[in-house]
Structures are given as structure tokens and as C-alpha cells.
Design a protein around this ligand. Structure first.
Ligand SMILES: Cc1cc2nc3c(=O)[nH]c(=O)nc-3n(C[C@H](O)[C@H](O)[C@H](O)COP(=O)(O)O)c2cc1C
Length: 198
């Protein structure tokens, strides 16, 4: 959908939805890498009203990130990709899904997280060039009592740390940097015309 008066200009926006903040941190890092690569880029919350005023005509590439909670990505992210599938499909685009399962020692969990991630853009009619899963964070100190119990239970199942007295960062930041550089390469080389994701 093209706004009547698009005022928000960004060459490579990194849209994100987050519940505890890790996907925002990842989006900000990807945007920083893209700036180092010479693009005008920044992280934008899909729930921010400025999203309605994006000037899509100058967008050269786009990333969208969301995190998994109880096997689902945020509804705000689903609504965003559904509303903007046409804009996303017409330029290099990547979806990244942040979860605990991405770092699981249980390979079936890792694969299940990949399946959920791949299904997310497909459900909206979006065909991104790539779908990436990224390990998030176990933020025990931010959870309430019940959530802490639940997360400890899930962590045990997945071989993740269960000492709830501290938080655990599981994100591979080198891989996050690679995501930013890959997008820069896609834009420069027009490689995106050959989609990797069916
Ligand atoms: C209540 C709750 C439910 C979660 N459910 C899942 C899940 O079903 N699968 C998974 O892999 N990770 C799950 N996680 C882990 C989150 O995806 C992970 O903490 C991620 O870093 C959150 O990203 P965010 O801070 O951007 O929201 C859950 C976390 C919480 C707090």
C-alpha cells in the first residue's frame, strides 16, 4: 500500500517486532552493519505509526525480524508482512526469526524452528530471498515468576542453561553481522533475482 504523502525515507529499513527486546537489538546491529556498508539504514518497529509513511520508492532492500513466543511470531509482524507483501516481493528481502530453539541441542527443535520461520512469510504471500533463524536470549531476570518457570522447563528440554539467577545471551553476533553484509551484497549484485526459498 503506497501512502499519499510518504515522508519516511530509508534505503534499507530493518523492520522488527519484539517482546523482550532481543530482536530490536539484532535489527539495530544489522542496520549498523548496513550503514558501514554505505547504505542509509535503521531499525524500525513494525508497530510504529511511521511505518504507514514509508517512501517505498526509494527502498532498495528490506529485512523483517520477529521472535517466537509459544511457537508463534508476533501478530504485529504478521499484519505488517501481509499488508506489505507486494513491496517486499519487489526488492531483495530477508526474514529473520529469533528464538530459543535456534540454539537447541535437539536437532528436531532446530528444524521445527526453521519450519515455523519458513511458514511465516509464506502465509502472507511473501517470498523472501532468504529465511534465517537466529538464537535469541534467555532473559530470566526480565520474566515474572510463572514465565521464569516455563522458560526453565523449555530450557531444560532444549539443553539450554537453567540457572535463573542470570540471563544468557545466545545470539551469534558474527552471524548477525553476516546478515547485514549479505543484504548489502544482494542489493549490489542483484543476486536476489534467483530466490533461494521456494
Ligand atoms: C513466554 C515465552 C515463550 C517463548 N516461546 C518460545 C517458543 O515457543 N519457541 C522458541 O524457540 N523460543 C521461545 N521463547 C524464547 C524467545 O524466542 C527468545 O527469548 C527471544 O530472544 C525473544 O526475542 P524478543 O526479546 O525479541 O522478544 C519464548 C520466550 C518467552 C519469554
Amino acid at each position: 500500500m503506497t501512502p499519499l504523502n510518504p515522508t519516511v525515507t530509508c534505503e534499507v529499513p530493518v523492520f522488527y517486532a519484539t517482546t523482550e527486546g532481543q530482536t530490536r537489538r539484532i535489527a539495530e546491529r544489522v542496520a549498523a552493519v548496513l550503514r558501514e556498508e554505505g547504505f542509509h539504514s535503521r531499525a524500525i518497529d513494525v508497530a510504529d505509526p511511521e511505518v504507514a509513511n514509508i517512501n517505498w520508492t526509494i527502498v532498495r532492500g528490506v529485512l523483517v525480524g520477529a521472535s517466537l513466543h509459544r511457537h508463534e511470531h508476533q501478530r504485529s509482524a504478521a499484519a505488517f508482512v501481509k499488508a506489505h507483501a507486494a513491496e517486499l516481493n519487489s526488492r531483495p528481502s530477508v526474514f529473520f526469526s529469533v528464538s530459543l530453539s535456534a540454539a537447541s541441542r535437539n536437532l528436531a527443535e532446530v528444524e521445527a524452528a526453521r519450519d515455523i520461520a519458513r511458514a511465516f512469510p509464506a502465509a502472507a504471500g511473501w517470498q523472501p530471498h532468504d529465511v534465517v533463524t537466529i538464537a535469541g536470549c534467555l532473559a530470566y531476570s526480565h520474566y515474572n515468576f510463572l514465565t521464569r518457570l516455563l522458560m526453565k522447563h523449555i530450557a531444560r528440554k532444549e539443553g539450554a542453561p537453567t540457572d535463573t539467577r542470570r540471563d544468557y545471551e545466545m545470539t551469534d553476533w558474527a552471524a548477525v553481522d553476516g546478515l547485514g553484509r549479505d543484504m548489502a551484497g544482494l542489493i549490489r549484485d542483484d543476486e536476489w533475482r534467483v530466490p533461494r526459498v521456494a
